[in-house]
Design a protein. Sequence first.
Lengths: 115, 113
Amino acid sequence: GESVGLHLPTLSVQEGDNSIINCAYSNSASDYFIWYKQESGKGPQFIIDIRSNMDKRQGQRVTVLLNKTVKHLSLQIAATQPGDSAVYFCAVTHPAGGGADGLTFGKGTHLIIQP
Amino acid sequence: DGGITQSPKYLFRKEGQNVTLSCEQNLNHDAMYWYRQDPGQGLRLIYYSQIVNDFQKGDIAEGYSVSREKKESFPLTVTSAQKNPTAFYLCASSIGGYQETQYFGPGTRLLVL
């Protein structure tokens, strides 16, 4: 099976600082990783993804790093803004499921922006 | 304007009542999913459908039922057998199977009267 965990349920950062949100997974065969952002009362919003043949991928103000050796995934947000305040969670897939049950979601880290 | 819509935004259920949550997508995605979200927990899969007229149970299917008669629609019924239905329900869709990004709707919050 697969388990996905995030290291911190809450992360508080100063506006303008960089934020780093972490995720650990258990299955070394996992091959596709997704980060979502969920604002209060809304559905999750896709941020960025990465496949297992890559170590790093950059988007607009966001970077995802994948360390397959220690089965660790991180999301870095540059110059954090008040609009970044939300719950962030990772989703991990692996080949063994063969279907939708191969997608496992972490519990989420609540990012709080201090003025 | 493409996307996934869910209705209603809030739904109230009386004891012993079945209620149906709507999910529609105009993204031409083959696969659709229903998740339940409870405070402090990750998303848990209820049902998923990879193609029209076919669907499979997820991790917590008991007390729920679905249908997939049309590609764009995947309604979820919360039956009276679901004893703890209060939660935030999220519908998602993807182009194909599990290795494709899932895109979510805005959610329906179900409350028990």
